[in-house]
Design a binder for this molecule. Structure first.
Ligand code: HAM
Length: 428
């Protein structure tokens, strides 16, 4: 087949009607849980000042260095399509004076993000995220609750075998020392590192820990681990997070290599994976990721306040729902099909559909077809119980035929009575 002249940009997709039901289901589950836990919904512009991201996420991160869609406006401003929501949410929190609200401020969101990554399965250039942010609270219970919320959402979507991978990357007290240790460890082995890691050694040594290159694995395995070098405060905070998780029986695995790709994190970091895939060993993508970011609000110009949150990728969840053949998403079916013949019947049919809609009874039709036979065969294929037939004669007389599709029996009723009549029949 010849390629159409216009196609969607690489890595970006249409979300077609058959796909929408997954998005809708996820949205419903997320918004119900957000409601239950007292989160308020926030939407921010898709565009923000580029500097918000370079400052917030970190100038040396892959996201900022390579993946942002940035441009200069006619007015001379540098703007970027948001690659994530946390920096914009913090910007909105500061700008809208939410720092004076009772703490913590809890916000959630659901919308598209943009990253110019190499498109592959589970990795898109436009993808949807939902996320939860708790601003203004440092207690470890918040970290555990964020993890619980994401775990619950994924479980409510009937996803099985989920595992939380968790780590603590310390704070400004202990991380500088740990990074020094790491640097000197990797520097003596630089020659054996992949080229990306050689660069990371200069730019952000922590990122070497989540390198997936084969040749770096044995070197990583012997590297000093962050959990052995946390300061007292970070150690006890992390211990508490794990105790809370034990209490609510969320399965987790300590992953000393988990460092995350954004610079704003302090203390807890976590990701949620579908475990079965992970154990098969292939490259796997996280469904959700997040952690604590106690310095970001101040960094972006607000009053010093701790925070914690996470986000999940909607397309990845949809693809897992499909892979696991989860069946909660059958579209509601209509039991009635309206077939019509001739212009007068068509006109009356429009009105009749309205009456059914108001009575909240599902009914399908095929107005584009004129042959009665074609319409009835469509009704048959749709597996409806009843067909309503409005021919020219019926339209003139103000009647309509109800055909029982199983028995083929037909009765004639007055047009204005048909909604009531069908209500009764469907109740039986
Ligand atoms: P992130 O790990 O970069 O974190 O993204 C969160 C989730 O978005 C990932 O786990 C993944 O499911 C999905 N995702 C990321 N990139 C792509 C992509 N190219 N294609 C499809 N899905 C993708 C953040 O964005 C942080 N803002 C999370 C956070 C919130 N931390 C604290 N609060």
């Amino acid at each position: 087949m010849r390629k159409p002249k216009f196609q969607s940009p690489s890595g970006m997709h249409d979300i077609l009607p058959e796909e929408q039901k997954y998005f809708q289901k996820i949205y419903d589950v997320v918004s119900n849980i957000a409601d239950f836990y007292g989160f308020g919904k926030i939407d921010t512009p898709v565009l923000e000042e580029t500097e918000l991201f370079s400052k917030g996420i970190g100038i040396a991160t892959d996201i900022v260095k390579k993946e942002m869609y940035s441009f200069r406006t006619e007015g001379g401003n540098y703007l970027s399509l948001r690659p994530e929501w946390t920096a914009p949410v913090v910007r909105a929190y500061i700008e809208n004076g939410m720092q004076t609200l009772p703490k913590p401020v809890k916000l959630w969101y659901f919308g598209p993000c943009f990253r110019h990554e190499r498109p592959q399965a589970g990795r898109y250039r436009q993808f949807w995220q939902f996320g939860f942010e708790v601003l203004g609270e440092k207690n470890a219970v918040v970290d555990a609750q964020i993890i619980q919320i994401f775990y619950n959402i994924l479980e409510n979507l009937k996803l099985k075998n989920l595992i939380v991978e968790i780590n603590s990357i310390g704070d400004s007290q202990c991380r500088p020392y740990y990074k020094k240790l790491l640097s000197s460890y990797f520097r003596t082995r630089e020659i054996s590192l992949c080229s990306d890691c050689k660069r990371r050694l200069r730019e952000n040594v922590l990122r070497i820990l989540d390198c997936k290159e084969e040749k770096c694995q044995p070197i990583k395995a012997e590297a000093p681990q962050t959990l052995d070098h946390l300061c007292e405060e970070c150690r006890s905070h992390f211990k508490e997070v794990l105790e809370f998780l034990d209490e609510i029986e969320i399965p987790y695995r300590l992953n000393p290599y988990l460092v995350r790709g954004l610079d704003y994190y302090t203390k807890t970091v976590f990701e949620i994976f579908p475990e079965a895939v992970g154990e098969e060993g292939g490259s796997q993508d996280a469904l959700a990721g997040g952690g604590r970011y106690d310095k970001l609000i101040k960094l972006l110009g607000g009053k010093d306040a701790p925070a914690c949150g996470a986000a999940a990728g909607v397309e990845r969840i949809v693809s897992l729902i499909k892979n696991q053949n989860i069946e909660f998403l059958k579209a509601p079916k209509s039991h009635i099909f309206l077939a019509q013949l001739g212009n007068l019947a068509k006109r009356k049919s429009l009105k009749l559909l309205e009456d059914f809609r108001k009575a909240r009874i599902r009914i399908s039709e095929s107005f584009g077809r004129d042959s009665l036979r074609a319409q009835l065969s469509r009704a048959n294929r749709a597996g409806v119980k009843y067909a309503l037939i409005l021919g020219q004669k019926e339209a003139l007389e103000g009647t309509i035929i109800i055909r029982d599709m199983a028995s083929g029996r037909q009765t004639v009723v007055k047009l204005e009575k048909v909604v009531e009549e069908m209500k009764k029949k469907l109740k039986k």
